[in-house]
Design a binder for this molecule. Structure first.
Ligand SMILES: Cc1ncc(COP(=O)(O)O)c(C=O)c1O
Length: 434
């Protein structure tokens, strides 16, 4: 157990109060055919607290309008957008709310900005991508390379340990490298990468670092200033909010890169990156999702206060929240790994040692001998346990593991509203079908 998990157990506050947390989520209270579903499909998207639903409803009733008008609902809309920017800036510790760009999802935002980055690259320049990434942080760069005649270099991961080959990344970097695209935590293997080092290495040769934090953001604290990354993308629907994507970009890049935009749209940062009308009700929900996380920080974050003294106000509370979440989820990861390792015929890929649980997010992939991944998820789905199978767009991961042709792998992904009792239910149902 790491010191973080111990802090959670021995802190002056009651341990992570999951029952209280669960009461905030209407979906978690529902029964289907008399059974309460177990939502272990969280890496694909999380459930939302009622405050997110009411914030979206409130926007649609009280403020529904387009932006920049001279009347009440439009002013409220401008305020809604600004509050959401500030909320994400606080969550990621961006130096300014103007460094936050919103869009439909991470994939669209990445395609969008990649085209602009391409405009300042030259034929023969190099881009580094990793086989651990979700395809949303690979394909935009592959297509850019095709369009601008750039060279793509691939970094592998160790299929036994599930770790990214950092030495290979270091070797591939050279003075022609202009961008390194890297995932913070894998949405398949769950491995957390040393992003600080990735950024340092990229900057060492003058390259930009584009970080995909979609899978990491619901599970741990993010600090874009400490990472010093150039871009970092995440999606609110993975952290208890609605379907909205957010991109952090250093102000200097957002101001200087050529933006693909319509002529009447403002040149101001970050609006120049937000094409068309935004999902305003979604943005109201984004703020509420961040507020929900702040509530966790207030309720359960005290044992972690001494670790985050450099932050102030909501930023500090959010860091406390994410540390509390991380510590509790580590106990769930350990439980899952111990249980999966004990079932004959179940094979976990990547970090499978419970003692290394702090090096991963609680997203675990595995195969079941004699069963296709779809058979497993279908059977468990019928019993009210929701899991993913396939490649979850981590195509390169499945190809490297040799599972792509066989229907990928089963993925169990828990989050802080899940319980040890649910893990037990999942493990005993799984054992029953093996
Ligand atoms: C690591 C990772 N990156 C990117 C994405 C794509 O995110 P979006 O659906 O917001 O485009 C996902 C979605 O599952 C993901 O897990």
């Amino acid at each position: 157990m790491t010191s973080a998990a111990q802090a959670l157990e021995t802190g002056s506050q009651p341990a992570f109060d999951v029952s209280r947390i669960r009461r905030k989520f209407p979906a978690l209270r529902q029964k289907v055919n008399g059974i309460r579903p177990v939502y272990f499909d969280n890496p694909g998207g999380t459930q939302v607290p009622s405050t997110v639903i009411s914030a979206m409803r409130h926007y649609l009733v009280e403020a529904n309008s387009n932006s920049h008008g001279a009347f009440r609902t439009s002013r409220l809309t401008d305020q809604t957008i600004q509050e959401a920017r500030q909320a994400i800036a606080d969550l990621l510790n961006a130096s300014s709310a103007n460094e936050i760009v919103f869009g439909p999802n991470m994939t669209t935002l990445t395609f969008h900005i990649s085209r602009s980055i391409g405009r300042v690259l030259n034929e023969g320049d190099e881009i580094i991508v990793t086989r651990m990434d979700h395809d949303a942080n690979i394909s935009p760069w592959l297509l850019l390379a095709r369009d601008y005649r750039l060279t793509v270099r691939w970094v592998d991961f160790d299929v036994e340990t599930g770790r990214l080959n950092m030495e290979q990344m270091e070797r591939l970097l050279n003075r022609k490298t202009r961008l390194v695209a890297c995932v913070y935590a894998s949405n398949a293997l769950g491995t957390i990468n040393d992003i600080r080092r990735v950024v340092e290495m990229a900057h060492g040769v003058g390259a930009l670092a584009y970080i995909d934090a979609v899978q990491y953001a619901p599970h741990g604290p993010v600090d874009v200033q400490a990472l010093d990354c150039d871009f970092l993308a995440c999606s609110a629907y993975k952290f208890f909010g609605p379907h909205v994507g957010a991109l952090y970009g250093k102000y200097e890049h957002l101001a200087s890169l050529p933006a693909y935009k319509v002529r009447p749209a403002p040149e101001a940062v970050p609006s120049r990156w937000e094409t068309g009308t935004q999902n305003h009700e979604g943005l109201a929900g984004v703020t509420a999702a961040v507020e929900y996380l702040a509530w966790i920080g207030e309720q359960c974050g005290q044992p972690f206060a001494s670790q985050v003294e450099e932050y102030e106000g909501r930023r500090r509370i959010l860091k406390q929240a994410m540390l509390a979440i991380q510590a509790y989820e580590e106990t769930l990861s350990r439980h899952l790994l111990e249980g999966l390792n004990a079932i004959p015929g179940v094979q976990v890929a990547g970090i499978a040692d419970p003692d290394e649980a702090s090096e991963r997010v609680p997203t675990i992939i595995f195969t079941v001998e004699g069963k296709s991944p779809r058979e497993v998820t279908e059977t468990l789905g019928d019993r009210g346990i929701y899991l993913w199978d396939g490649n979850y767009y981590a195509l390169a991961v499945m190809e490297a593991l040799g599972c792509e042709e066989r229907g990928g792998m089963v993925r169990v992904g828990v989050t802080h509203y899940n319980t040890h009792r649910e893990v037990n239910r999942f493990l005993s149902e799984l054992e029953g079908i093996v």
